[in-house]
Each structure stands twice: as structure tokens, then as C-alpha cells.
Design a protein around this ligand. Structure first.
Ligand code: AMP
Length: 143
């Protein structure tokens, strides 16, 4: 199974933010959209970073609440690990585990076409396991 299967179910909507926005704006955007990470896009809509709730918690612990007025570009992760729609979900799970992150943007021809979170992967794997066990039950009953 592939990343495109997840995207066809959840859609390609990605909540993004500009690097000049403040951390306070980022916190509000995360909360309003009930998500855990924001893609940071440059003027050409290319991915230049990712900002997760973990990044915000870390700088709050280090610098206190005054950091919320700072531009998020100072806090975001710049080296973003991405995937393509044709990669398998197993490979994405390995990438998330090895990198210790829970969000992977999906890129096709240099453009962002979606984002896959650990929640999407778990939901997909659960559905897959339910189908597998239903198929096994059918097989046992008809064998
Ligand atoms: P997360 O577990 O996704 O909330 O993120 C944990 C840390 O990894 C934070 O510092 C994020 O900025 C960073 N991060 C999240 N997703 C990615 C990604 N796809 N590539 C690189 N770093 C990431």
C-alpha cells in the first residue's frame, strides 16, 4: 500500500504558514486547525521548513513566553524529510521511526501535494489489519 492511498482518503489539504509569522500566530494556527505541525512555505510555495508543537514546547522551556513574539523561522526545522505519493506506507513508517518525527510532507514534481501524519498511518494500518482478519475469517469458514 502506498502514500497515495492515504491521500486519496484524507485529501491533499496542507495547513501552511509563512516563515515571517510569529510563534504566537503559529500556536493559534495549530490550535484552530487541531493539528500538530505546520509546513513553512516560501514565496514560490516550496517547502522551506516544518514547525511542530514539539519545537514550540522546546523554545518555551528554553526562553520562556517572550519567545512567542519571535518569527517562527528561528525555530522551525529546515532540513525537512519528505516522501513521494508512490512510496509504500511501510517505508514512511520506517522513516518516521528513524527520524523520530510524526509528520512527512508529500512532494510531487517539487510541489506539496499532501502531508501524512503518524495518526494517518496508524488509522490506515488498523483498517488494513481489519481487512486481513476478515479475509482470513472468510477463508477459514469456506475452507
Ligand atoms: P513531530 O514528531 O512531527 O511533532 O516533530 C518532532 C521534531 O521533528 C520537530 O523538531 C519537528 O520540527 C521535526 N520534524 C517533524 N517532521 C519532520 C520532517 N518530515 N522532516 C524533518 N523534521 C521533522
Amino acid at each position: 500500500m502506498h502514500v497515495k492511498n492515504i491521500l486519496s482518503a484524507k485529501g491533499s489539504n496542507v495547513v501552511s504558514i509563512e516563515p515571517t509569522a510569529t510563534l504566537e500566530t503559529a500556536v493559534r494556527t495549530l490550535t484552530e486547525n487541531k493539528i500538530g505541525a505546520l509546513l513553512v512555505l516560501g514565496p514560490d510555495r516550496r517547502v522551506i521548513g516544518i514547525l511542530s508543537e514539539r519545537d514550540i514546547v522546546r523554545v518555551l522551556a528554553q526562553h520562556g513566553a517572550s519567545v512567542l513574539a519571535q518569527p517562527l523561522s528561528q525555530v522551525m526545522t529546515r532540513k525537512v524529510v519528505t516522501c513521494s505519493p508512490s512510496e509504500t506506507i511501510g517505508v514512511i513508517m520506517e522513516r518516521m521511526t528513524a527520524g523520530k518525527f510524526r509528520h512527512v510532507p508529500v512532494i510531487e514534481q517539487d510541489q506539496i501535494v499532501g502531508i501524512v501524519s503518524i495518526g494517518d498511518v496508524v488509522k490506515y494500518r488498523l483498517q488494513e489489519m481489519e481487512h486481513e482478519s476478515a479475509a482470513l475469517r472468510d477463508y477459514i469458514q469456506t475452507a
